[in-house]
Design a protein around this ligand. Structure first.
Ligand SMILES: NC(=O)c1ccc[n+]([C@@H]2O[C@H](COP(=O)([O-])OP(=O)(O)OC[C@H]3O[C@@H](n4cnc5c(N)ncnc54)[C@H](OP(=O)(O)O)[C@@H]3O)[C@@H](O)[C@H]2O)c1
Length: 236
């Protein structure tokens, strides 16, 4: 499987291990754990970064597949792709602890919401991603994965093409979008690039809607999106 995967990743300037990507995951919560487990299983090298490096090391051992753990700055230094999997309120301080992110793809899966109300927080920018781009000026930002629940990734996604969830992504760098699209496929989802980072505001509104729906359905139900695309005039 990974022979094929290696061909699909742009290789220039990026390090590969075990034929996959090097991924630093910032945050050891629900989303960080779900993404790390799925990508490690798919052959990528993952490194958990935590405020508690000891917790990250323990989590890495239980994740297996060669996963590693340490501090936030260790994970940021390790990864070619870095995933921000912390609550919105912790994003700025987490980025401050990263050190330089020059040359790295920063995957923003955050929903900038108030955790009590679930509503989008007031921002001085049109999206949380725009604010993150201003905080992490050296990184190449891709907004994605904010509309797929961690619980669904953990439960496992059906291999049936008809049931694959759609995962939207947006960003201003085509090469980074290609890398992230492949990582989304490796989760068993269908990547749908929407455009540049200007679209992040739309994805964040969609994320807030799904958080609201998820809360109303309760913990026993997983929800995800699937984009239907059909020809307007079916061929005769
Ligand atoms: N859960 C989902 O289904 C889901 C889906 C899509 C997007 N997201 C987004 O993914 C991000 C993470 O969500 P999550 O559900 O994984 O959250 P979570 O379970 O609460 O975990 C967040 C992790 O962030 C780290 N963290 C760093 N600073 C923190 C602080 N000040 N307060 C709390 N945690 C802090 C913690 O890891 P350490 O203690 O190891 O540092 C914590 O385990 C959020 O922005 C969320 O909107 C979540």
């Amino acid at each position: 499987m990974w022979g094929a995967a290696t061909r699909r990743y742009p290789t220039a300037g990026r390090r590969h291990e075990r034929n996959g990507m090097r991924i630093g995951i910032l945050g050891t919560g629900e989303m960080g754990r779900a993404l790390a487990a799925a990508w490690a299983k798919a052959g990528h090298s993952v490194f958990f970064g935590s405020r508690s490096p000891a917790r990250a090391v323990e989590l890495a051992a239980s994740t297996g597949h060669g996963a590693r753990g340490g501090s936030v700055s260790d994970a940021a230094a390790f990864g070619d792709c870095i995933v921000l999997a912390v609550p919105w309120q912790a994003v700025e301080s987490t980025l401050e602890n990263c050190g330089t992110l020059a040359g790295k793809v920063l995957i923003d899966c955050t929903n900038p919401i108030d955790q009590e109300s679930g509503e989008l927080v007031e921002l001085g920018t049109d999206s949380g991603s725009r604010q993150i781009a201003a905080w992490a000026v050296d990184a190449t930002l891709v907004k994605t994965l904010n509309t797929i629940p961690a619980s669904l990734l953990t439960a496992g996604i059906s291999s049936s093409q008809e049931e694959r969830p759609t995962v939207f992504l947006c960003g201003d760098d085509d090469s980074a979008a290609t890398i992230v699209s492949q990582l989304i496929e490796d989760l068993g989802c269908t990547p749908v690039p929407t455009g540049g980072l200007d679209d992040a505001k739309h994805l964040e509104h969609l994320g807030a809607l799904l958080v609201k729906l998820g809360r109303s359905y309760g913990a026993d139900v997983d929800i995800a999106l699937r984009l239907l695309r059909r020809p307007t005039r079916p061929e005769e």
